[in-house]
Design a protein around this ligand. Structure first.
Ligand code: ZN
Length: 413
C-alpha cells in the first residue's frame, strides 16, 4: 500500500523534524543523505530502523523535542542487552488514548461497559494503555493489574465487569479457574481484548467457549506507542489499523523490498505524527500481510492479517513461508502424535527443488505408516507442501532444556 498524499506530507514533516534535531536518527539521516520525502521512491530509500538502533541510542538518544515537552517514558523489556526507552510528549499520550478508544469502539465496547484491566502497569505500555483508552471512551476502568486471581475473580463478579483485557496466557488461566470453580453464571463478561501475541486456535477456542465471549486481538508494540494501533472487528480475524497515525509497509525480510498487497512479509511501521520518538520504517519482525479490499464491517481503515509469527523463526520451502508454530498447530490434530518434531530441509540439485523431511513422534498404539500418511496429506492440503514424513516412537527425538532447534536448514550450509 503506497503512501497517500496526506501521509506523504506527514512523513516529510517527521523526517525534517528528525533532521533538525541532534538526535540519533538525525545523525543517521544526515549521513545517509536524506533531506526530505517527496515521493514513494524517496521514502523507500530511507534506511530501516531497528530495535538495535534503539538500544544503541539508550537511554534517550532518539528523543527529538526538548526535555520540557516530554511527559512520560515507557520501556520495552530487553530479554537481551539494554532495554529500549521511548519518550512521549503530551500529544503522543493523547494520540495513543484516541487510537486505543477507537480500538474499544471497533470491538463494540461502549460507555456502559466495565473494563477489567489485568495487564501490568509501570514501565511497559500495556496496563496504562488499556486504561487511558478506556477513560477516553468513557467506560469504567477496573484497574487490577496482573495476578491475584482470587481478588481478580471477586472484582469480576462484584463489579460485573463486561470486558476482560489480558494477555492470552492470563486469559487462559482465568478461564480455567472460572471453569474449575464453576462460577461462569456469576460472571458478566461479554468480550475479551487480548494482546496479539501469537496464540493457538485451540487456546482461542477454549477461552471463547469456556467464557462465552467474543475475542478481539489488539496490535501494537512499545516502540510505536504500545498496544492500540489496530484491532479486529466483530466476526473478522484481520485487524484494522489506524492509518492516520501509522503507515505500514510489508517487506521481504531478506531483500528489504516492498511486496504487493496481499502478500506475506515483515511488518514495517512508520509513525506519522509522533513527536517524542518518531520512528521511520521500523522493522517489527512480525509477519503478516495487508488484506486487500474492503471489510464487510464498512470500516475504511486498512487491514492487517493475523500475526503469523516472527521473521526470525520463518523458513521457506518451495517459496512457501512457514513457521514452527504452524507445524505445531497441524501436528496437534493428529491422534497419538507428540509435540516433538524435527524438520530437515535440503535442496535436491538434480531436480532443482527443495526437499522437506519431517520426523514426528507417535505413541505405540497408533500405526506409524498410517500416521505418516495422515501428516503428509494434512501438510499437502493445508499448506501446499508435501513433506517426506517419518514417524518414530515417543522419546526418540532429542530433548533439550533450551528452546529446541526443530528446523534444520541444510541449504544454508
Ligand atoms: Zn472490519
Amino acid at each position: 500500500m503506497k503512501l497517500n498524499s496526506v501521509q506523504l506530507e506527514q512523513v516529510d514533516k517527521q523526517v525534517k523534524r528528525i533532521l533538525a534535531s541532534d538526535s540519533y536518527y538525525g545523525k543517521i539521516f544526515k549521513e545517509a543523505g536524506v533531506t526530505g520525502v517527496n515521493s514513494q521512491e524517496d521514502f523507500e530509500k530511507i534506511p530501516f530502523s531497528s530495535k538495535d538502533d534503539l538500544r544503541n541510542a539508550y537511554p534517550l538518544g532518539i528523543q527529538v523535542p526538548p526535555d520540557e515537552e516530554i511527559v512520560r517514558i515507557h520501556s520495552s523489556s530487553g530479554t537481551t542487552g539494554r532495554p529500549v526507552i521511548i519518550p512521549y510528549t503530551k500529544k503522543d499520550v493523547d494520540d495513543w488514548a484516541i487510537m486505543f478508544a477507537r480500538c474499544y469502539e471497533t470491538a463494540g465496547v461502549t460507555k456502559n461497559d466495565r473494563i477489567q484491566i489485568t495487564p501490568g502497569y509501570g514501565l511497559w505500555t500495556a496496563g496504562i494503555g488499556f486504561q487511558a483508552g478506556c477513560e477516553k471512551l468513557g467506560a469504567m476502568a477496573v484497574p487490577m493489574g496482573p495476578g491475584n486471581t482470587d481478588k481478580q475473580l471477586q472484582m469480576m463478579i462484584d463489579l460485573k465487569s463486561t470486558v476482560l483485557t489480558a494477555t492470552s496466557s492470563y486469559a487462559l488461566l482465568l478461564a480455567e479457574e472460572i471453569n474449575r470453580r464453576g462460577i461462569r453464571d456469576q460472571i458478566h463478561l461479554k468480550k475479551g481484548i487480548f494482546g496479539s501475541e501469537r496464540w493457538s486456535d485451540k487456546m482461542r477456542a477454549y477461552i471463547e467457549r469456556e467464557l462465552d465471549i467474543d475475542l478481539y486481538d489488539i496490535y501494537g508494540l512499545t516502540e510505536i506507542y504500545g498496544p492500540g494501533i489496530g484491532i479486529n472487528c466483530k466476526g473478522q480475524r484481520a485487524m484494522h489499523y489506524w492509518d492516520d497515525y501509522v503507515y505500514i509497509e510489508i517487506i521481504d525480510s531478506k531483500t528489504g523490498e516492498n511486496v504487493p498487497d496481499g502478500e506475506e512479509g515483515e511488518i514495517v511501521i512508520t509513525t506519522l505524527v509522533k513527536e517524542g520518538a518518531p520512528l521511520i520504517r521500523f522493522r517489527t519482525h512480525d509477519i503478516s500481510r495487508i488484506v486487500p479490499g474492503e471489510c464487510p464491517c464498512g470500516c475504511k481503515h486498512p487491514r492487517l492479517d493475523v500475526i503469523k509469527g516472527r521473521s526470525d523463526d520463518m523458513f521457506k520451502v518451495h517459496g512457501v513461508n512457514m513457521f514452527p508454530s504452524q507445524v505445531e498447530e497441524l501436528l496437534q490434530h493428529v491422534d497419538g502424535v507428540s509435540s516433538e518434531y524435527q524438520i530437515n530441509i535440503a535442496h535436491d540439485e538434480e531436480k532443482n527443488k527443495d526437499v522437506m523431511l519431517l520426523t514426528a513422534e507417535a505413541e505405540g498404539r497408533v500405526n506409524f505408516e498410517t500416521t505418516a500418511n495422515i501428516i503428509r496429506e494434512m501438510f499437502k492440503s493445508k499448506i501446499s507442501i508435501t513433506p517426506k514424513v517419518t514417524v518414530v516412537p515417543v522419546g526418540t527425538l532429542p530433548r533439550t532444556q533450551k528452546k529446541a532447534k526443530r528446523v534444520i536448514d541444510h541449504r544454508d550450509l
